[in-house]
Ligand binder design. Sequence first.
Ligand SMILES: NC(=O)c1ccc[n+]([C@@H]2O[C@H](COP(=O)([O-])OP(=O)(O)OC[C@H]3O[C@@H](n4cnc5c(N)ncnc54)[C@H](OP(=O)(O)O)[C@@H]3O)[C@@H](O)[C@H]2O)c1
Length: 268
Amino acid sequence: MTRSIAPDDVPALGLGTWRLTDDAATEVVAEAVETGYRHVDTAQLYDNERAVGRGLRRADTDPEDVFLATKAAPENCSYEDCVASVRASAERLGRTPDLVYVHWPRAAYDPAETTRALDSLVEEDTTRAVGVSNFTVDLLDEFTEHADHSPVANQFECHPLLPQDDLVAACHERDVLPVAYSPVARGKALEHPVVQAVAEETGATPGQVCLAWLRARDVAAIPKTTGGHLQENFEAGDLTLTDDRAERLSSIEERHRCVDPPSAPWDR
Ligand SMILES: NC(=O)c1ccc[n+]([C@@H]2O[C@H](COP(=O)([O-])OP(=O)(O)OC[C@H]3O[C@@H](n4cnc5c(N)ncnc54)[C@H](OP(=O)(O)O)[C@@H]3O)[C@@H](O)[C@H]2O)c1
């Protein structure tokens, strides 16, 4: 089992780019990098890899200094389609991605075949590392059993209204970085009274509180913004929560899941 990237090599804050396309994606990615972001998250399914690649090249920083992750679409997870589609992603991005996730464990995903494809992609330097997304603990273990290159990260929904304590702990036990998508629950977490109270007490914004809480749990986060919250989310890195405040956020009982398709892996 080998790994060329360790979980610590992944910057804790990234920019999510779902629903950012064309010039808007290029502009936001360039602005994010100029703001200081060193991690950008895209996917074959977002139809923006070319625009994201342009944004990285447009910014005033060496594109190779930005950790770049993309995801193989579930329909592209047979051996041949995975190899061909990730090579095409690298061509669209204009550079080797640092990390290629399996976006969802469904459709053409097959643990033996997909890991074999990802292993070949690492060996031929089309990606530096592999990861998974929307994987339960059992699916993560099954993937790891088959893979020569073990997963660096598992990306799943996580925020104060969906803390995912067991999955976060299982990832840490396996030296896999949990990466939170929808880290502000698309705005829903910002309305919670405990999030608002901690924001008021610390002089931070509710969005910064959510991001600081994730960081306190050693969970990376990839908030998406059309630009308006770039600086605010970046400055969440300056907020450190006391144990008491982190605990109050962890004790929120209300639950909300933004992404819950039929036959989701967690319902099987
Ligand atoms: N692996 C997967 O299956 C999967 C699934 C979903 C998402 N993702 C990834 O995760 C990224 C983020 O998730 P998401 O887009 O679902 O949800 P999110 O980041 O929780 O929410 C994005 C929304 O919240 C707003 N927002 C961002 N920061 C804010 C702040 N500080 N204060 C107030 N509002 C704020 C944005 O508004 P503005 O745009 O107006 O700033 C946008 O409407 C995606 O872009 C994608 O890269 C992955």
